[in-house]
Ligand binder design. Structure first.
Ligand code: ATP
Ligand code: MG
Length: 496
């Protein structure tokens, strides 16, 4: 490689109680390079990035910046050294505006008084957002934005720091295809200016699109580094998982049963327009749409998170009223939210989280049957291959993808008859995705009706028995399995 080495990490080692998260990892990064960092859930990717960004101390090992050994003592120090990071779990503050988040602790000041120069802050923020092609008002509260927009705000924040080394931990997981493309073009622009980027993603297709080299971690150890032209998908999977994976989408043909859910005229003024839908036992109904199409609004309205203005819902032919999520759970509905943190209590253990929506079933006379709680949790930890040193681990200490698996297990455990899965495979590694799809098949065989909201086209096309396309708060098209192409869905997903 002709450009110069900007960062070198030597024998980075890190352990948590019971977990050797990084095992003497060597890594190097060149100016102007996008270096993809891959590995299964829990492989150590985020741990490595957090050490480079100063938010986590290493146990041992050395870090060199342009040949000089450095001891990165904290995030501010890292920023001074020209290292910026986008964290996997969004760190935006919901109560603050977009501009305040972007310039957190660094708002432009007016001389000589040192008061905040708001008009400058707003116009600088606007410029960065425009570059990213994000159409949000810098004055908007971040809490009012969608997940994708929050993720873009987080990216804008890192870009505003004008870092020389940019660490991106799954920056694209909540973005639509279009936004992802925009992120890539910005990354290319940064590369041209010599910025070096480490990029973590579970979307293997992105690797040749954006990276020059790729490094794979497995169980905290480095498996190898390759130029992308030698890193086809099969090779990467073998390096990550240690074996070949057969079918990516193991879809079973399941005879659908009777109608289980019917929705008529569901309306939330200005958000959802007169939605009609029916769902059958054993059916996986995919709902595809781009960011802002209203998929999540629909799920929230159905589950009683947000109030509806009009519309009727029938479960097994009986009209039901859902005015809050506990009504929905009581009636046998489940909802895996887009943001896993909404569905988990991070400070509680894995068993406590998995049984959260099933407490009635595993309690006797108001007392939780702890033996049953553990046995249930053990079963899902095994089935979903949740990486943890012990069953009683607090969920906050799990890697992002493993947290997502716990959130999923919670609804699998609930024995709901209708499940709404919003981006069920977000942040989940290639192997675990297949397990999730298998579990969806199993649920369908038991007669559960599944509504799968997804922005992953291949996943919707392969797994859904029927697909509804959503755009601008309306359903714009319906296809039976095998009748739609990617192009069809994209065309219907764009608001006319
Ligand atoms: N604060 C912590 N306390 C204890 N263990 C932790 C902590 N943070 C991470 N771990 C463990 O360290 C290992 C590596 O986690 P890390 O978050 O780096 O994985 P990752 O490769 O980023 O995975 P993912 O793809 O799921 O984000 C995991 O086994 C995880 O459970
Ligand atoms: Mg991670």
């Amino acid at each position: 490689m002709s450009s110069s080495l900007i960062l070198r990490a030597e024998a980075i080692d890190k352990s948590y109680p019971g977990v050797h998260a990084l095992d003497h990892v060597d890594f190097d990064l060149y100016e102007g390079e996008v270096h993809a960092l891959l590995g299964e859930n829990g492989a150590g990717k985020s741990t490595f990035m957090k050490i480079l960004s100063g938010s986590l101390p290493k146990d041992s090992g050395r870090i060199f910046l342009r040949g000089q050994e450095v001891d990165i003592v904290g995030p501010y120090h890292a920023r001074e050294l020209g290292i910026g990071m986008v964290y996997q779990e969004l760190s935006v503050i919901p109560g603050l505006s977009v501009a305040e988040n972007i310039f957190l602790g660094r708002l432009p000041k007016r001389k000589p008084l040192g008061t905040v120069d708001w008009s400058e802050a707003m116009s600088q923020a606007k410029r960065i957002l425009d570059d990213l092609g994000v159409d949000v008002d810098p004055r908007e509260r971040v809490g009012n934005l969608s997940m994708g927009e929050q993720q873009l705000t987080e990216i804008a924040k890192a870009l505003s720091m004008k870092a020389q080394i940019l660490l991106l931990d799954e920056p694209s997981s909540a973005l639509s295809d279009e936004e992802r493309e925009r992120l890539f073009s910005i990354m290319r622009g940064l590369q041209e200016r010599g910025v070096a980027i480490i990029y973590v993603s579970h979307r293997l297709v992105e690797v040749p699109q954006i990276g020059q080299r790729v490094t794979v971690l497995r169980d905290g150890a480095k498996v190898g580094t390759l130029p992308v032209d030698q890193a086809d998908e099969a090779t990467l999977i073998r390096m990550m998982v240690g074996r070949e994976l057969r079918e990516k989408f193991p879809k079973d043909e399941i005879q659908r049963g009777k109608e289980i859910l019917r929705i008529q005229g569901l309306t939330v003024r200005g958000v959802l327009n007169n939605l009609n839908l029916n769902l059958y036992e054993g059916e996986i109904l995919g709902i595809f749409g781009v960011l802002g199409a209203g998929r999540t609004d629909f799920a929230r309205a159905l589950f009683g998170v947000d109030p509806i203005d009009s519309g009727e819902v029938f479960l097994n032919g009986r009209k039901i009223n859902i005015s809050c999520p506990s009504d929905a759970i009581e009636l046998g509905l489940g909802y895996l939210t887009e943001d896993r943190k909404d569905g988990l209590i991070l400070r509680l253990t894995i068993p406590a989280n998995i049984t959260l929506a099933s407490l009635k079933r595993i309690s006797r006379l108001g007392f939780l049957n702890q033996g049953e709680e553990r046995a249930t949790a053990e079963k899902y930890v095994k089935e979903l291959d949740i990486h943890t040193p012990k069953l009683d681990q607090k969920v906050e200490f799990l890697s992002g993808g493993n947290q997502q698996k716990v959130a999923l297990a919670k609804w699998l455990c609930s024995r709901a008859k209708v499940l709404i899965f919003d981006e069920p495979t977000r942040g989940i590694d290639v192997g675990a995705k297949i397990e999730v799809f298998r579990l969806m098949n199993d649920l369908a065989k038991q007669g559960v009706g599944i509504i799968m909201l997804s922005s992953e086209l291949p996943e919707v096309l392969a797994m859904a028995d029927r697909i509804l396309v959503m755009a601008g708060g309306s359903f714009t098209a319906e296809y039976a399995r095998g009748q739609a192409s990617q192009e069809d869905l994209m065309r219907d997903a764009v608001v006319k």
